[in-house]
Design a protein around this ligand. Sequence first.
Ligand code: KG4
Ligand code: ZN
Length: 337
Amino acid sequence: MTQKQDSIKILAIESSCDDTAVAIINNGKILANIVSGQIEHSKYGGVIPELAGRAHLRNIGRVTEEAIIKSGIHVSELDAIAYTQGPGLMGSLLVGAQFAKGLAMGLKIPIIGVDHLKAHVAAHYIDEPIPEFPFVNLLVSGGHTQIALLENELKQDVLASTDDDAAGEAFDKAAKMLGLDYPGGPLLDKLAESGDPHKFKFPISQVGDTRFSFSGLKTSILYFIKENQARNPDFIESNLHDICASIRYTIVKTLLDKLEIHLVDKKVEHAGISGGVSANLLLRREFQKLCDKLGVQAHIPAFEYCTDNAGMIAITAHYKYLNSEFGTLQDQVFTRH
Ligand code: KG4
Ligand code: ZN
């Protein structure tokens, strides 16, 4: 079957974790990008899968309607429906997948399953300037830490990934130990801005070029807090900014030291960061400095395409459509790779 190659209109759904998101794309241009967050998890200090699935079920119809109205197109004009196939939370993925399949069946159009991690990288292809291939990307989100070499819009080679916690989780868990509300990453980042990053020393994990690990850091922060609080119950309050700055420095250095190894090794001229943690102020500054030092062009997608969103699913689906990579109604979702 030959597919049309211009004016391709796709509705894309992202529901892998705790955000219900729907986007509509027309020939690679995002017409609507709606994200509905879920506040019900904040009082538990982390995402509760059962609650997330139920909230997706409540929200998905409304968010889809909102995206369609915002896009100004009629559903009968759609050429395909895309959804996040995985990785993610089973209950959350199932809601998006089944909703997408229902729409595709009803409209008699193809369905496209999208890998959430590849989509986080594809966020780079939404707005100019687009990185030139091949480029190396560091994906840092609440669920993932991955360095990949991109050869084209659909092909990537994973160069490094995490053994345990993701970078965002490391930030959030550190913030939780300091008594900050979930997800504490952004607040830790803000507090760190006026702190001394070298006041306290935390270990940088040495697990080789192809792996990341943040569990040692987590344990060392826990003991650091316990020992100091035993001596001084006000230790956290009186040193909060310096503690945040020192933790942030350690995580960012861990990420960028490894990125530098792969940038040099692959001799690329373009590099990117993507995922929710690419909002981190120190990471952004230091990434830019690293790229300047290596003579590499730095790319960071707009913030709305860094955190979980359906725009990145839509742009990936656009390229899959061009390549005739369609799914079936029998396709299963997957929680991990
Ligand atoms: O990409 P994302 O929205 O969701 C996942 O796919 O996981 O990333 C969310 C993660 C959370 O862990 C959040 O704390 C972290 O990104 N994050 C930050 C900052 N902004 C968001 N971490 C550190 N500094 C920030 N400024
Ligand atoms: Zn994500």
